[in-house]
Design a protein. Structure first.
Length: 318
């Protein structure tokens, strides 16, 4: 099946524009790493702004389009990645901003103490998100997510350090689909630049010297093929087969094992239900506020308890 990527981009932009208008957002904030995903997010944000302005013009209303804010957040990052980020912002017509996080990282690292490269990378990612959310709060805006499906399925992201408020391409495959979208945006806006499209993917967190591929154990194209092929055959990371994690060292097994082991990250916060806590569902609750007009029963100690609100009424055994 031939995919109309122009149509996909239009849906990304249209849905985000509607969300911004509904929530009266004043800004779209993007953390610029110098990589493909953040450049695509910035370009899409620029299109969202244009779309909302066009809608306002059609309705003969004042321009309510959000600001587009791009911020490079180097934290012991390469100067090359900073240059790529700045070039992308300039091409997209967004004023480049740079906030260096090296001092903040040093202060946090001194407090935390011993850490390996993964811990260090997580600290950097979370410092970035602190900065982006602070700016979004000041501008009455939201942080755009720069994650894709491949990273999501591999757990290749930092909890509370990568995912923003709105993901236009969270369900887009990095190894193939993201590049199709990037090329269209390059031709239309000049962002991403060709240099970014050609660059080796690297999260810039310094976990390895081999970029994303060194951490994942394969290229994004290979990761996507293995995941898609196995999901079509019934593989479910939430309920992996017994042979996952059996020590087999093939690339395929390593990728599927990582997808299964990082399922907890995709679940998000786990909240116990009222039923699991032995409490009535909210829709069946009645709060008496002292007017205990319901039935009363004794608990195991003989105390009188209101059936409606569960409050202790009398501690004198009847």
């Amino acid at each position: 099946m031939t995919i109309n990527w122009y149509g996909v981009i239009n849906k990304m932009v249209g849905n985000c524009a509607a969300y911004c208008e509904t929530n009266r957002l004043g800004a779209l904030v993007v953390g610029m790493s110098g990589g493909l995903d953040s450049a695509v997010a910035l370009a899409l944000a620029v299109k969202v702004k244009k779309e909302i302005k066009s809608r306002c013009d059609d309705r003969k209303q004042p321009d309510a389009s959000p600001k587009v804010i791009g911020i490079s957040l180097p934290c012991y990052s390469s100067e090359a990645s900073i240059r790529l980020a700045v070039e992308a912002m300039e091409k997209a017509g967004v004023r480049p901003e740079i906030t260096r996080l090296d001092p903040a990282y040093d202060a946090m690292a001194a407090i935390i103490g011993d850490r390996d490269k993964v811990n260090a990378g997580n600290i950097k990612a979370r410092l970035r998100m602190i900065t982006l959310y602070d700016r979004a709060r000041k501008e009455n805006g939201m942080v755009l997510s720069t994650d894709n499906w491949s990273e999501l399925m591999m757990g290749f992201w930092t909890l509370h350090g990568d995912v923003g408020d709105y993901g236009m391409f969270q369900n887009i495959l990095k190894g193939t689909e993201m590049y199709e979208i990037a090329k269209i945006l390059r031709d239309e806006l000049g962002c991403p630049t060709q240099a970014i499209i050609d660059a080796k993917p690297d999260d810039g967190l310094g976990v390895t010297d081999q970029g994303d591929e060194g951490q994942l154990g394969a290229s994004y194209a290979v990761v996507d093929k293995i995941l898609v092929d196995n999901i079509r055959k019934g593989f479910d990371p939430a309920n992996p087969p017994s042979w996952i994690g059996d020590g087999t060292q093939s690339t395929e097994m390593k990728i599927l094992d990582r997808a299964a082991k990082t399922e907890y990250k995709r679940r998000g916060v786990v909240n116990l239900t009222r039923e699991e806590l032995g409490l009535r569902p909210i829709e069946k609750c009645k709060v008496c506020y002292g007017n205990h007009t319901g039935k009363f029963t004794k608990d195991e100690k003989g105390n009188l308890v209101c059936d409606n609100c569960g409050k202790l009424i009398c501690t004198v055994p009847l």
